[in-house]
Ligand binder design. Structure first.
Ligand SMILES: [Zn+2]
Ligand SMILES: [Zn+2]
Length: 367
């Protein structure tokens, strides 16, 4: 079928709207008409080559829409079902079988192989030349997406569908780090480094936990003010004070957990140094390819954990459905992070996100 998609032709090239041909759904696959898709910095990383994806190709990995058609063997979904397209996974490897599909041993191929996990791009130009598809199993900068039924999560009919796409990645990443990894105990003290989409989602999740101190650290006062309104109990402007000293003072010692959401190597070290013995530093931010960090051996040895979390861990369905319900109950108001753009304005949306003017851009698809 014919679709409209924002194609990237080469590294750092612009997004150009083009007409492409998309395959019909095969066994286990679902065709989704996208209502909207979030954009996150991972799309920018892929265009820049830090996350290698074959080009020309179609990016986009936070799609929400309605089911148009299903392939053989798909019984759980039917036409017009509203869905979010979550992360892909093979479903068969050791980690998938252990209930941790975010750490699928075939994750690299599944998110950035440029086609279906078992071969072949689903997108072609009208002249028949291939265009890489299935970025994060979906390539959602397009009017339609071909994905697998396993990746989908149903959206309750009463929720605004266009808003739900970011649950596929950025929002779940921050919330899952709290719900699945940190699991704050009563009276826990947390420090969140970087309050963009992921950090703010972590703060909203922490507000739904028994943590009693939630410290937001950032360089932008506007974001710190937003963090405070979403549940941060304290804010620290890292351009004004030393954030590690500020955390130690606020907590009366090291924090129990620190979440590093920036991917900036100097901030990684600050996050590690903000927690002490038996504390946990959670690394979430995506650093440039090849980046390394160092830690102090002795102080890190004493029961401190440094753990990387991808996509919030756990299973999409449980995590995303939980956030949808919390949103409906007014306990997770992530709509306050969002600004809508048209698909044609994808470039502007990404630029405004990098500039910090927009926290979570969402692209609406042309009808
Ligand atoms: Zn797997
Ligand atoms: Zn993302």
């Amino acid at each position: 079928m014919r679709i409209t998609a924002a194609v990237v032709e080469e590294l750092d090239g612009p997004f150009t709207l083009q007409t492409l041909e998309l395959d019909e759904p095969g066994p286990g696959e679902v065709l989704v008409r996208l209502a909207a898709t979030g954009i996150c910095h991972t799309d920018g990383l892929a265009r820049h080559g830090d996350l290698p994806f074959p080009l020309p190709g179609v990016l986009g990995h936070e799609g929400a829409g309605t089911v148009v058609a299903v392939g053989d063997g798909v019984h759980e979904y039917a036409e017009n079902d509203p869905v979010v397209i979550g992360w892909p996974s093979c479903g068969a490897c050791r980690n998938c079988r252990a209930g941790e599909p975010r750490y699928c041993l075939r994750l690299g191929e599944a998110v950035a192989g440029g086609g279906r996990l078992d071969g072949g791009s689903a997108l072609r130009r009208p002249d028949g030349s291939p265009v890489a598809s299935h970025f994060f199993g979906q390539s959602s900068f397009a009017t339609y997406s071909l994905t697998t039924a396993d990746a989908l999560v149903k959206v309750p009919a009463e929720l605004p569908l266009a808003l739900m796409g970011p649950l596929a990645c950025g929002i779940s990443t921050g919330a899952g780090a709290i719900f699945n990894t940190v699991r704050p105990s009563a009276g826990a003290q947390l420090a969140v480094f970087g309050v963009g989409t992921v950090g703010l989602a972590a703060i909203m999740a922490a507000r739904n936990s028994p943590a009693t101190r939630i410290i937001a650290i950032d360089r932008h006062e506007s974001r710190l003010a937003l963090a405070a309104s979403l549940g941060a109990t304290d804010t620290v402007n890292a351009t004004v004070v030393d954030p590690v000293a500020a955390v130690l003072e606020l907590c009366g010692g090291p924090a129990d957990s620190a979440l590093e959401c920036t991917g900036v190597i100097s901030v990684v070290r600050q996050a590690v140094d903000s927690v002490g013995m038996l504390g946990t530093c959670v690394l979430i931010g995506g650093a440039p390819a090849g980046a390394e960090f160092t830690v102090d051996h002795i102080s890190t040895l004493w029961g401190k954990r440094i753990v990387g979390v991808l996509g919030g861990s756990g299973r999409s369905r449980e995590l995303m459905s939980t956030i949808m319900q919390l949103y409906a109950q007014g306990r997770f108001p992530f709509d306050r992070l969002v600004q809508y753009f048209e698909l044609a304005d994808v470039e502007e949306a990404l630029e405004k996100s990098y500039a910090g003017e927009v926290i979570k851009p969402i692209l609406r698809m042309p009808s």
